[in-house]
Design a protein around this ligand. Structure first.
Ligand code: KIV
Length: 288
């Protein structure tokens, strides 16, 4: 693990076609200071402050209500915790779709106020001009195609993308246009693995899969899925490495039980006056 800051050039270099020795990129989401510190210590290359934070930490039903202020708040907490990983902040729904000017202003906030190194935007060919404008303004952009939660009606649920040859061809075209516009990497979400591999082989920038099979140049997962800290649902593509919800609930139950029984606080958690001062205390009076 390198101790210096991971750069956009480092990420671009993690493409086997550019560098046969390239190791797969490791990315995970984080939304606050302590988790960002742990992700850095674990050696991840990229921390993504995803708008998924709106669901797993703020309790929204989907990512659509997430605001720029909330993204800046989460991003600045994350950026205060880490030095080495590349930090990518998600542009929330309607922060970039309206106009390139609005996209530039909001992406600038994630960099200036949130401390992010780059931003991520969902969408294919239609957003190539936005990617181009942000890149020209000096804000590196990560693309995101395949399943794009911001523009999928909640009622439609999670649907795997790129399941036909025609859909694959269209996604390959999207990826090529994003790369041409300057995207330094592209997230492929919930996409048939054959299509994800074909996209990966068609572009010169790394692809980062989430539910897109093993053929991508890297993987990203939502932290709360990895830790088992979000009980509402776990997508089939997410692997749980811990059951932290049960562990945390168990700890709070033990605390509650010890408070009730008087076992907490113990002597080791208690402060005392000097014994002489304690002698001078007025004796307790009973309320009338
Ligand atoms: O918001 C998020 O966490 C994401 C990942 C699913 C890539 O966009």
């Amino acid at each position: 693990m390198t101790e210096r800051k991971v750069t956009i050039t480092d990420i671009r270099g993690r493409k086997p076609s550019r560098n046969p020795e390239a190791k797969r990129l490791v990315s995970i989401t984080a939304y606050d200071y302590p988790m960002a510190i742990l992700a850095e210590r674990a050696g991840v290359d990229i921390i993504l402050v995803g708008d998924s934070g709106g669901m797993v930490t703020l309790g929204y039903r989907d990512t659509k209500p997430v605001t720029m202020d909330e993204m800046v708040y989460m991003s600045s907490a994350v950026s205060r915790g880490v030095r080495r990983p590349l930090l990518v902040g998600d542009m929330p729904f309607m922060s970039y779709q309206e106009s390139v000017e609005k996209a530039t202003r909001n992406a600038g906030r994630l960099v200036k106020d949130g401390g992010m190194d780059a931003v991520k935007i969902e969408g294919g060919a239609d957003f190539a001009p936005t990617v181009r404008a942000l890149t020209r303004a000096g804000i590196p952009v990560m693309g995101h195609i395949g399943f794009t939660p911001q523009t999928t009606p909640t009622a439609e649920g999670y649907k795997v993308q790129g399941k036909t040859a025609a859909a694959a061809v269209s996604l390959i075209e999207d990826a090529r246009l994003l790369e041409e516009a300057g995207a330094f990497s592209i997230v492929l979400e919930m996409t048939a693995s054959e299509t994800a591999k074909a996209i990966t082989d068609s572009v010169g920038v790394p692809t980062i899969g989430i539910g897109a099979g093993p053929g991508c140049d890297g993987q990203v997962l939502v932290l709360h899925d990895v830790l088992g800290l979000f009980d509402k649902f776990t997508p089939r593509f997410a692997k749980r490495y811990l059951d932290l919800s049960s562990e945390i609930q168990g700890a709070i139950e033990s605390y509650a039980q010890e408070v009730t029984s008087g076992a907490f606080p113990g002597e080791e958690h208690t402060f005392h006056m000097d014994p002489e001062e304690a002698q001078r205390l007025p004796s307790a009076r009973r309320p009338k």
